[in-house]
Design a protein around this ligand. Structure first.
Ligand code: SF4
Ligand SMILES: [Zn+2]
Length: 130
């Protein structure tokens, strides 16, 4: 439960990793490790989190106004989330609630995020993160 005391971004990465692991175990029959395809999705998501234009104060990706994932990865992570999302409350209730809190925080601060996006528009922000 140490993850609960980490920063928002780290908690989000931890939750996404848990969801990918859950999906991989069920769909690709892995035990303790990720298959190549799921490892690729996790590594891509981690890279995006670490390079997020919002820095440490990022919204959760699911409610982000930018959505910097490429089309293929967006679809792959969406499939994983759709599978693991409803199962989280049963298997990892604290994590699921924490994620809902993070989502709520992100929505509450949406005007701030939108303002930042607007400010950086025209400076190549969208192209840079596409
Ligand atoms: S820009 Fe948005 S989708 Fe991309 S990593 Fe940051 S919060 Fe997530
Ligand atoms: Zn897998």
């Amino acid at each position: 439960m140490k993850w609960l005391f980490r920063k928002r971004k780290e908690r989000e990465i931890h939750t996404v990793e848990t969801m990918i692991r859950m999906y991989c175990r069920a769909k690709h029959h892995t035990k303790g490790t990720l298959c190549e395809s799921c490892a690729e999705v996790f590594s891509y998501a981690t890279m995006k989190y670490n390079r997020c234009v919002f820095g440490e104060q990022k919204p959760v990706c699911t409610v982000c106004p930018v959505h910097c994932y490429n089309k293929d990865m967006r679809e792959r992570i969406r499939v994983i989330m759709r599978f693991a999302g409803p199962r989280m409350i049963l298997h990892h209730p604290v994590m699921a609630i924490d994620h809902l809190i993070l989502q709520r925080w992100s929505r509450k601060n949406m005007p701030v995020f939108l303002k930042r996006v607007k400010k950086k528009k025209g400076t190549g922000m969208r192209q840079k993160i596409a």
